[in-house]
Write a new protein. Structure first.
Length: 118
């Protein structure tokens, strides 16, 4: 019986560690390079594990912006109904270390109002 408990504990540790390593947390973003980007929303998805927005500026540079989880967006009062195709937003965040044109938002501005996402 003790062997099964040890095995179960070992499996639990491996699963927890795997989730931590495989999850795309802040470690994958270069927090030494702050991006401050204004653009037009091309696509917005309000879903878990993280909401996302594709945002393009007037020079046709498009970023995939990783936002907060739905629960945090709601808790912070982000007006999701105003983040629609064609709306303008400002995003302050960090570029992904390996994925070109992906950034993780620290905060966003919608209609001039600031929302902290972290």
């Amino acid at each position: 019986m003790k062997q099964w408990k040890t095995l179960a504990a070992g499996i639990s540790i491996v699963v927890a560690f795997s989730f931590t390593v495989l999850h795309h947390g802040w470690a994958n973003y270069d927090q030494t390079k702050t991006l401050d980007y204004k653009g037009t929303v091309v696509e917005f998805k309000f879903e878990n594990p993280h909401s996302t927005a594709k945002v393009t500026d007037d020079k046709k540079k498009t970023w995939m912006v990783i936002l907060a989880p739905v629960s945090r967006m709601d808790a912070r009062g982000v007006p999701k109904e105003k983040i629609v195709k064609g709306s303008s937003i400002r995003v302050v965040g960090y570029p992904h270390k390996e994925v070109k044109d992906e950034m993780r938002a620290e905060r966003i501005y919608v209609e001039g109002n600031k929302f902290e996402l972290r």
